[in-house]
Write a protein that binds this ligand. Structure first.
Ligand code: ADP
Length: 261
């Protein structure tokens, strides 16, 4: 039995996946606290406990994500894009496009046979269309991000959020609240704004075959549905959307450990 670990240290959360023999997920943990705040150590400790294994039993550990270089306990690091490709291929072998919407960026990755990364596009250094954008809007509305999808599902219309800039969009949301617009309609407008931003980038690639949506924001059905409508394509959310990169890192760790043996 070979146990491997993948750690994805993002801007907002840390993710850890423990894999047995390169195919069975023994544990998956997502904790708040990305690059700063000891998120990685906490996610690793929780995953080890959940899997019932000791750190010493892990044959190989690979770190990925924004903060991968600062996670010293990993044996190796690997690029986020490559890990997302691997994770996506494992979760859905038919997937050819991965739209990953994280805390501070979003990426659209085109995969070839075997999960090989063929091409990818990423947003510029801007919070528009990211989880951070959602968090700022959620805070302005006084609701946790995890409730937005449900609130938005009660919308009867979409209130237009015209500014892509997070700071201006936040002011717009506050103005809409002051103008007594329905919160559900504002939320639907926020989801639409994110979908518009992501779709704009995604359309630079040829969108064929199966599209997977990953990252923390994939848990928001409102965003996923708005994206499906904008792109005119069906979207699939895999079993581990937020840990897709960590899963890819654990798979890579397994491939490497198999080579060593
Ligand atoms: P990163 O890898 O950059 O740390 P993640 O992929 O973990 O980012 O995504 C974090 C984002 O996911 C948060 O900013 C938030 O908008 C969104 N998110 C996290 N949990 C939920 C949830 N339960 N429902 C909806 N959105 C969520």
């Amino acid at each position: 039995m070979i146990l491997t670990m993948g750690v994805d240290l993002g801007s907002i959360t840390a993710k850890c996946v423990i894999l047995q023999d390169g195919h069975q997920v023994l544990a998956e943990r997502v904790v708040k606290g990305g690059m700063i705040g000891g998120g990685a150590e906490k996610a690793v400790a929780e995953a080890l406990t959940a899997a019932g294994v000791a750190q010493e039993e892990i044959a190989n550990a690979v770190a990925t994500g924004y903060g991968r270089v600062i996670y010293a306990a990993a044996n190796e690091e690997m690029s986020e894009i490559g890990c997302h490709g691997k994770g996506a291929f494992f979760q859905e072998p038919a997937a050819r496009i991965v739209i990953d919407i994280g805390g501070q960026d979003f990426k659209v990755i085109k995969l070839g046979a075997g999960g090989r990364v063929v091409n990818f596009v990423m947003n510029e250094k801007c919070a528009a269309g990211t989880g951070r954008f959602l968090e700022v809007m959620a805070q302005a509305l006084g609701h946790p991000v995890s409730e937005l999808a449900q609130i938005g599902s009660r919308a009867t219309e979409k209130v237009a959020i015209s500014s892509t800039c997070t700071v201006f969009a936040e002011s717009e949301v506050i103005s809409h609240l002051a103008a007594d617009k329905k919160v559900a309609d504002i939320v639907a407008g926020i989801h639409e704004s994110i979908a518009r931003r992501i779709a704009g980038l995604a359309q630079r690639l040829t969108l064929e075959d199966k599209i997977l949506v990953t990252g923390g924001v994939a848990q928001n059905q409102g965003v996923v549905a708005a994206l499906a409508e904008r792109l005119g394509r069906e979207m699939f959310v895999p079993r581990f959307p937020q840990s897709n990169g960590a899963l890819g890192a654990a798979l890579y760790a397994f491939e490497k450990s198999s080579l060593v043996r």
